[in-house]
Design a protein around this ligand. Structure first.
Ligand code: DX5
Ligand code: ZN
Length: 230
């Protein structure tokens, strides 16, 4: 099991990882539901932060992350859907993030932010929305730890997977292979029991799933995904 403190030491990335998105959890039972997914074997906890500007909705922020940090040692995979993420890197590190992923569309300081995240000793991810070209990622391949290819328009859980995004995952996998670096490729949005095989085949290795994990029996859903990913 990869623990909170061990994340920066993780070698040999590109193992398959399930990162359930707690956006689809029942917030009245959040701690309990995180414990269930942890015990069932989910390696990461995907935490979607929305500011009502970069995306229409507003979700949750630092106080919630700090509070659930007490519940699990699993890796906190924080997905910032906020304008100018450079304003909040220190705060998200302080409240317990292990990976911070931000959108290249939300800032003009992508390179500086990756450096700032690394200076804090945690991992940095960059993300593109479905209609952003993958070429925008190229200048950062020499230092980024993870690339998140959004497979829905960011902003809400429970949306349908956008089919053309599968080709983007393939393109990103090719770019990563050519870079020679061990960069994780994450997919997020509309992933379910039917399309998980397809995204893995396209080259993703970190899979976010919100509604597909939290609707129904959480432990059984997690185990199903993990079996598909083994
Ligand atoms: C959407 C978020 C996702 C969301 C995924 O903007 O980034 O992480 O929770 O939910 P599902 O898996 O239900 O599409
Ligand atoms: Zn997300």
């Amino acid at each position: 099991m990869i623990k909170h403190a061990e994340i920066t030491e993780r070698k040999g990335m590109n193992m398959n990882i399930l990162s359930p998105s707690i956006l689809s959890a029942d917030f009245a039972k959040l701690g309990e539901q995180i414990e269930i997914m942890d015990k069932a074997g989910a390696q990461y906890v995907h935490i979607d932060v929305m500011d009502g500007l970069f995306v229409p909705s507003i979700s949750y922020g630092m106080p919630l992350i700090q509070s659930i940090r007490k519940v699990t040692d699993r890796v906190f995979d924080v997905h910032l859907m906020i304008e100018k993420p450079e304003r909040y890197i220190d705060e998200f590190v302080k409240c317990g993030a292990d990976i911070i992923t931000f959108h290249v569309e939300a800032t003009e300081k992508t390179g500086e932010i990756i450096d700032a995240i690394h200076e804090k000793g945690i991992r940095a991810g960059i993300s593109i929305k479905p209609n952003t070209q993958v070429d925008i990622l190229k200048p950062y391949l020499d230092k980024v730890d993870m690339i998140l290819v959004m497979t829905v328009e960011p902003g809400f859980g429970g949306q349908a997977y956008i089919d053309f995004c599968t080709d983007k995952v393939r393109e990103v996998r090719k770019m990563v292979q050519e870079s020679g670096r061990d960069i994780d490729i994450q997919v997020d949005g509309g992933i379910n029991k039917e399309n998980i095989g397809m995204v893995l085949e396209a080259g993703a290795n970190v899979v976010v799933a919100g509604s597909a994990v939290f609707k129904g029996n959480i432990a059984e859903n997690v185990k199903y995904f993990l079996q598909q990913m083994a």
